[in-house]
Design a protein. Structure first.
Lengths: 696, 561
């Protein structure tokens, strides 16, 4: 490390804005930047932001670490701007990609249902003879000539990316491996995505779908990373410590991303950064658990963190397509500041799923929107300051909010404007709370003892009501809710996930065999680290088994943490079995200790520590009421539709450490507003976090 | 029961409770399929969980919404068998009776649990799920050729499974004692009752918090709201009458006798009358429907034709539509007429109703679709070690073409929305090899808007097996509309040791040997509109994708390239 290296940079690219956080390693101070994203040339926005720091005096050579989260691949999928993909499948199985799950995912009453547009339509699909059986034995050899012919046809047809997904390839990779070798002979420039590498898991459709997504988006990511590398090099940012956020909350080096084989691991990198920041920064008092509430313009993202670790899933849907790689477990509902309220034909007040977005935005933006949005309700009830939106850079039109609420909700339902506004807020807040409850129940988590961590523009405006509904007694508002996700990029390890399916009754699996499977996956991890130029020192492997009761169709992940140091034994296997029963009982409420169990997949997670942001206390808090100079004035706030409460307004930046504010109160800052409801107290901790607690 | 009107409750609370019920139903489903044991639950997801009002009316539809009327029938039956003071907190009723409880067939077992709060009956939590085996003449219980209800399994009229929280162990023993797969049935019952009770507990919490009266009033408001929506949609239609009829291949027993479904729809102001009296006599084989199923088909078609994205289907719509039946017909059978293959009858009836509806809602017109069918393989050689001997799969088909839309290919259609079982799961758990899963070019009915393309699936048996196939559309393929042609008929073909192929009936029970096999072709959707009017670009695309062959393009569309 060079002696002048002093900064670490986190860059989170969203659909409209790019947030950057620059950490001074010595002082622990943080500087933030917000620039417009540049979808046409995505690297440009990032480099613009970096240049802003450089223009303000940061020497580019002093940036020693660069960590990045981006939605570029997800956006490419949503707009169907991925690579031209050719697909090779096992001969005779053209229906797999058509039938998919067979079930329709839309409105069950709509018989004009349509499936998502195919990534590789039939005209871009080639059948290759060759068949592997369920135990991995070859039933029919690979037709190598067919692979060669298909490859040439793809090359001549302008394909840049080839996906290969054969039946049972997770049990025997030889046909897919051989296919790649032939493709490399015939068409060396092609990107190749093998299903046995991308997702060596049982169930052909999710594996095929994931492989297709990797093939479709891999070249997009590879080109982008190349642009970014070039721009950083040219801008004098010399460090090669360049990392990309993954959906699982860890980062991977750019060197791994440009291989293209792991693109599908990065598709949720943006939201994962926020959850990762929450896990890392919410402090020991939140160790029981955290519910994150990222409420933006169109939606609210909710995630759970238990014991300092975000919950994960192994299957997610992205734009109606299954994606089978680990991702932080999040749920999204259409409840954002721009979500539109309307009255349906049955005379019910509904909120969302349509959103006014940023343009025209809620009626109060005055950009021609005449539909009332959640932000309009917040304005009319007095929660938001019409003259201090984004620090006063935008003023809001209260009359427009009132008009929209009256015309679209109040008059049709015979309610006053304030009743309409209060109704909208109540529906949205309860929907968020219900989603937290159901999501928690599905995961075997009871969030009542958890800390609620709101971020995004509207999170802290609604967090108090959501917490009241959930019986949560503690809310944690970070110093800069707007830049929180970018900060999360400086709070994570390098993580690689490996999986291999091998469906067997557990009693047929010896400890030695399990050890051998794990060792093979770990050897792969060591090899990849070497390729990426990362040291093995401090590398840690975490082993898990996907297990289920014989006859069940869905697996639970069981951690082997603490079992089998120095090689798995029969006792360790029995221990894993016990853990599975416990986990089943925790999640589903019942277990069957006498029932036989199957192992479906083996998982290894490789973790390598990289330098992380460590928040430091700014000083010693002195508990005292907020000083007079932090008060900005008062405003009438309607916590209920019929009673206005004259409520004190505070400026967050003027609250000293230890200062407390008793609700009802409103605390304003540049990029957010914090509502402190009645019976709650907000106090500033040593890190300038705002901690809201309910008086019990 | 006291009637409460919507006027006494504010619309915000109504919406809050509607959202809560929707979340709860989602949660019940999740736990059930993630912890169910049989492939029917965990892979196909052939079940539903619901919350009902005090009269058994559905509040928010589950994915298998067509169970809605069956639940109401079950609850009606409970009230006719038990006095209200005999229904206690903690009770769980069970029934699989197609006539007494309206269950789709004997394999579908329903559980219904009352929700009491503040001393008042607020509603019911309930579930229906297909059981792996409940006795009867066939392994797997589902039958293509039963001639009496009694052939289809153990019959449970509505009775108490839990009394005030106590499981009746004797009754459970009776049920398991009648099953060829007691382990699967026990595991699924366990998961199903747990999901049902979860609904009770969550709704109790809501009732304690909002007040039992408020929940009751909110339910009424939700149901009345849906009824008003539908009434307004019907009022917007032109008055008049429209009829249609159609045929199923046969009933699985009397193979030379097509089964007739007929409807006459009359619209008068904001009222709709669906008259099924002209349907054929009740069938000897298991394709009979009861009014609960017919009513479900009726509402599916009404909502689908009048506005699937505007109308919120629930049990409140029942009051808006009048249904008429003649006794002892295939749409209103009497016990002990067998009912096991009800779904293909439902799906034929849906095609017929939609054909008649096209007169009133031409912009939502759709040609005949390919129906749904099942395949059951009972492995006679012990199956694969450590796994069940019963393999059960459900297959979709393809939609008909419609006004402005090609039919969607290779999907579950209409009422049916079950998952296909992955090949890698099947071959890992059962002694079979699936050697082909492809699509059938030219199977979509020609039309200005082409019918959906069907798939073929081919099996090789590695052990002796008893195979039950339940499907149709071999003699009467999905019908075209407005000049569109019919879709390709279905086939079920056995393959002998020497490769000889023999066409088998679309429904029946067959004994096969290891080394033999079969393939099944699903029916393609019917076409909509004159094929000569099809956009040449669309034909070129079909040729490029292989959905239509060059010969087919020439023959069906006069297209020479």
């Amino acid at each position: 490390m060079a002696s002048d290296s002093r900064y670490r940079l986190g860059v989170d690219v969203g659909g409209t804005h790019t947030d950057l956080v620059l950490l001074d390693v010595d002082s622990g101070e943080i500087a933030v930047e917000k620039v417009s994203s540049t979808p046409a040339n995505p690297a440009l926005g990032v480099l613009n932001g970096v240049n802003n720091f450089i223009a303000r005096g940061t020497a580019p050579g002093s940036i020693e670490f660069f960590s990045h989260g981006t939605t570029i691949t997800t956006n490419a999928l949503l707009q169907m701007r991925g690579a031209r993909v050719g697909l090779m499948i096992t001969k005779g199985y053209r229906a797999i990609q058509e039938v998919q799950t067979q079930a329709r995912d839309g409105n069950p009453f709509d018989y004009f249902y349509e499936k998502p547009e195919p990534i590789a339509p039939q005209s871009m699909t080639r059948e290759i003879a060759g068949r592997i059986g369920w135990e991995g034995a070859e039933i029919e050899p690979l037709d190598e000539d067919a692979v060669r012919i298909a490859t040439r046809a793809f090359r001549d047809d302008g394909v840049t990316s080839i996906a290969v997904c054969y039946l049972f390839s997770y049990a025997n990779t030889s046909h897919e491996d051989r296919t790649r070798a032939i493709v490399q002979e015939e068409f060396p420039e092609a990107h190749v995505s093998l299903s046995s590498e991308v997702l060596p898991r049982i169930r052909e459709w999710p594996r095929l779908s994931t492989t297709l997504l990797n093939a479709y988006l891999g070249p997009v990511l590879v080109d982008y990373i190349a642009d970014l590398n070039r721009g950083l090099d040219e801008g004098g940012v010399e460090t090669q410590q360049r990392f990309l956020m993954q959906s699982n909350g860890g980062v991977m080096p750019f060197a791994a991303a440009v291989q293209g084989g792991k693109t599908v691991y990065t598709l949720f990198s943006g939201p994962a950064a926020g959850a990762q920041a929450s896990a890392y920064l919410a402090g020991d008092d939140a160790m029981k658990g955290i519910v994150t509430l990222d409420m933006g313009g169109t939606s609210a993202d909710i995630a759970f963190i238990e014991g300092g670790t975000p919950l994960e899933v192994t299957e997610v849907m992205l734009a109606r397509r299954p994606l089978g790689v680990p991702a932080l477990d999040m749920t999204t509902i259409s409840a954002g500041g721009g979500s539109i309220a309307w009255v349906d034909k049955g005379g019910f007040l509904c909120v969302g799923p349509h959103s006014a977005g940023a343009d025209p935005g809620p009626a109060c933006y005055g950009k021609g929107g005449d539909e009332p949005a959640v932000t309009d309700a917040d304005i009319v009830l007095g929660y938001l300051n019409p003259d201090y939106f984004l620090g006063g850079s935008q003023s809001l039109d209260v009359a427009a909010s009132e008009k929209a609420l009256r015309e679209k909700v109040g008059d049709p339902l015979g309610m006053s404007i304030r009743e309409a506004a209060a109704g909208i807020r109540r529906i949205v807040d309860l929907r968020m709370a219900d989603e937290v409850k159901v999501f928690g129940a599905k995961r075997g988590v009871n969030p009542q003892e958890f800390t609620l961590l709101p971020f995004g523009g509207a999170g802290a405006v609604h967090a108090g009501s959501v917490a009241d509904e959930l019986g949560i007694n503690r809310i944690f508002v970070p110093p800069r809710p707007g830049a929180f996700s970018a900060l999360g990029l400086l709070c994570t390890d390098v993580v690689h996930d490996y999986v291999r399916s091998e469906l067997r009754p557990m009693e047929q699996v010896t400890a030695d065999h399990a050890e051998a499977v794990f060792s093979e996956l770990e050897a792969r991890g060591h090899a990849e680290l070497a390729e990426e130029g990362l040291s093995d020192d401090g590398a840690r492997f975490e082993r898990e088994l996907d297990m289920r009761y014989t006859g069940q169709g869905y697996e639970l992940r069981v951690s082997l943490d603490g079992l089998g140091s120095g090689g798995l034994s029969a006792d360790d296997m029995a221990g894993a079995r016990d853990r599975f029963d416990d986990r089943h009982a925790q999640i589903h409420g019942h277990a069957a200790k006498d029932r036989s169990v199957e192992i479906v997949s083996y998982r290894v997670r490789l973790r390598v520590a990289v330098p992380k942001y460590a928040p430091r206390p700014v000083g010693d808090p002195v508990e005292a009421p907020a000083p007079a100079d932090s008060v900005k004035g008062t405003r009438t706030v309607y916590f209920t539709a019929d009673t206005g409460t004259e409520t004190t307004l505070y400026e967050r930046d003027r609250l000293p450490l230890g200062a407390f504010v008793d609700g009802p109160a409103i605390i304003e800052q540049f990029d957010s507003t914090i509502v402190v409801p009645d019976k709650w107290r907000a106090s500033v901790d040593a890190y300038r976090n705002l901690i809201l607690t309910r008086e019990r | 029961m006291a009637e409460t009107t919507a006027a006494t409750i504010d619309p915000v609370t109504v919406q809050v409770l509607r959202n809560k019920v929707a979340s709860l139903v989602d949660e019940m489903h999740y736990h059930f399929y993630r912890s169910g044991y049989s492939t029917i639950i965990r892979e196909s997801r052939d079940f539903s969980c619901v919350i009902l009002d005090r009269r058994g009316r559905l509040i928010v539809p589950p994915p298998m919404f067509f169970h809605g009327i069956a639940y109401r029938t079950f609850v009606d039956s409970i009230f006719s068998l038990y006095r209200e003071d005999e229904i206690e907190d903690g009770d769980v009723f069970v029934s699989n009776h197609p006539y007494q409880a309206g269950m789709p067939h004997v394999s579908d077992m329903g559980f219904v649990a009352p929700i009491f709060a503040q001393g008042t009956l607020v509603g019911f939590s309930a579930s229906i799920a297909h059981k792996a085996d409940i006795g009867g003449t066939n392994p797997g219980s589902t039958s293509a050729n039963s001639t009496e209800l009694y052939h289809e399994g153990l019959l449970l009229p509505p009775i108490k499974f839990h009394r005030a929280g106590e499981l009746d162990e004797d009754l459970l023993r009776v049920i398991l004692g009648n099953s060829r797969h007691p382990d699967l049935v026990r595991g699924d019952i366990h998961a199903q009752v747990a999901a049902t009770n979860m609904g009770v507990e969550r709704m109790k919490e809501n009732a304690e918090r909002f007040g039992a009266d408020t929940v009751i009033a909110a339910f009424d408001a939700i149901l009345n709201g849906a009824a008003e929506e539908l009434r307004a949609a019907i009022a917007a239609l032109p008055d008049g009458t429209s009829s249609a009829e159609g045929y199923m291949d046969d009933d699985g027993v009397e193979r030379d006798k097509p089964v007739k479904f007929a409807v006459t729809i009359t619209i008068e102001g904001d009222r709709a009358i669906f008259d099924y009296s002209d349907s054929g006599p009740q069938a000897k084989g298991p394709v009979n429907l009861r009014p609960a199923m017919v009513e479900a088909c009726t509402f599916y078609c009404l909502v689908g034709a009048l506005g699937p994205h505007d109308l919120h289907y629930n049990g409140g719509m029942g009051d808006v539509v009048e249904l008429r039946f003649a006794p002892n017909t295939v749409t209103n059978a009497s016990p002990p007429a067998p009912v096991s293959s009800y779904q293909k009858a439902n799906l034929k009836l849906v095609d017929v109703i939609l054909e008649a509806m096209a007169h009133f809602a031409p912009e939502r017109a759709i040609a005949g679709s390919g129906s749904s069918g099942s395949l059951l393989i009972s492995w006679q050689g012990g199956g694969r070690e450590g796994h069940s001997t019963m393999q059960y799969e459900i297959f979709g088909s393809a939609y008909g073409g419609g006004k402005g839309h090609d039919g969607t290919s290779m999907t579950a259609t209409h009422l049916s929305n079950l998952h296909v079982t992955p090949i890698e799961i099947l071959e890992s758990e059962f002694p079979c090899r699936i050697t082909e899963f492809s699509f059938i070019p030219d199977s979509g009915g020609p039309g200005e808007y082409r019918g959906g393309v069907a798939f073929r699936r081919r099996y090789e048996l590695l052990q002796d097996a008893m195979v039950v196939r339940r499907y149709e559309r071999a003699k009467f393929p999905p019908t075209g509309m407005e000049g569109g042609k019919d879709g390709r008929a279905s086939r079920f073909v056995s393959i002998g040791h020497n490769g000889d192929q023999t066409d088998l009936p679309a429904a029946g029970r067959f004994d096969m040997k290891a080394g033999e096999g079969f393939f099944l072709d699903k029916a393609g959707g019917g076409g909509y509109g004159d094929p000569q009017k099809r956009d040449p670009e669309a034909i070129r695309r079909d040729l490029k994708e292989g959905y239509v062959t060059p010969e087919g393009a020439k023959r069906d569309y006069g297209f020479e390239g």
